[in-house]
Design a protein around this ligand. Structure first.
Ligand SMILES: Cc1cc2nc3c(=O)[nH]c(=O)nc-3n(C[C@H](O)[C@H](O)[C@H](O)COP(=O)(O)OP(=O)(O)OC[C@H]3O[C@@H](n4cnc5c(N)ncnc54)[C@H](O)[C@@H]3O)c2cc1C
Length: 236
């Protein structure tokens, strides 16, 4: 159904996965065929108690090739929709979801360039979709991932991010509290941390809060990464 220029679909939650104490994944099922590309997002539309309508964007975290349609949502302090999803949505809850959006921030296996994926917190959501799609497609392009979180317990998709294979590497930074055996102090990603991960032939995907994306982009420019190598998605 097309309303307000958006094309809406009816979805039902079929599974909820607790990723971290404040991040949940919601697996969706649609009665009509639904397609998306790794990196893309959808809109969610909700009628609020006061009669107003709220629309929020959520990136897909599953790989299109998996057949699953997952969104992953972080609880925002004071946030209307994220807290409703965490506290009240359950298996069987109906949601109104748009068709997929995002014409630039997306990855297909045909894009035969090495990847650097840099995410802040729940900003890992579209990046894990890319990592999963990369794995399922059998792509051999190297993937380096850099994940920034406040503490170890905030790492989303930990089991999959931690897997090292021949063509995948992962770096973490902890901005508030480091794990017990971590030799570095809490810090943000800086030139020193990102320099070893970059090369001139790769595409860089950055996702997180607006401040995170701006800081990382600025650091990459200083390291000589060109603007046409960078794709970014801001969650705020
Ligand atoms: C392209 C895109 C993709 C995204 N993908 C994801 C994703 O995959 N996962 C995810 O978790 N998020 C994602 N987001 C963010 C998401 O769309 C929402 O913004 C987020 O869930 C917060 O929505 P909310 O309704 O919970 O919070 P809101 O109710 O919108 O509140 C947001 C913040 O503003 C504060 N606030 C609200 N009203 C006021 C006020 N009157 N005065 C002062 N402060 C106020 C709240 O306390 C809260 O901290 C994405 C955003 C974009 C643009």
């Amino acid at each position: 159904m097309i309303i307000d220029g958006y094309e809406w679909r009816s979805a039902i939650i079929t599974q909820i996965i607790l990723e971290t104490p404040r991040i949940k994944t919601f697996r969706l099922s649609f009665s009509e065929p639904y397609s998306f590309i790794a990196g893309q997002y959808c809109l969610m539309r909700m009628k609020l108690n006061d009669g107003f309508e709220a629309i929020r964007q959520y990136s897909f975290s599953s790989a299109p090739a998996s057949g699953n349609i997952d969104i992953t949502v972080a609880r925002q302090p004071g946030g209307e929709i994220s807290n409703w999803l965490h506290d009240y949505a359950g298996v069987g809850t109906h949601l109104e979801i748009s068709t997929a959006y995002g014409s630039v921030f997306q990855w297909k296996p045909e894009l035969n360039k090495s990847l650097l994926l840099i995410g802040g917190g729940v900003g890992m959501t579209p990046l894990i979709s890319i990592i999963r799609e990369h794995h399922l497609s059998g792509s051999n392009v190297p993937v380096a991932t850099a994940c920034s979180v406040k503490t170890e317990q905030d790492i989303p998709f930990k089991g999959e991010l931690g897997i090292h294979t021949r063509n995948k590497t992962i770096s973490f930074t902890f901005t508030q509290k480091t794990p017990a055996n971590w030799k570095k102090l809490p810090k943000r990603f800086d030139s020193e941390a990102l320099r070893p991960l970059i090369n001139k032939d790769q595409i860089v995907y950055i996702c997180g809060s607006g401040v995170f994306v701006s800081n990382i982009t600025e650091t990459l420019y200083k390291l000589g990464v060109m603007s046409d190598q960078i794709m970014s998605e801001r969650f705020s």
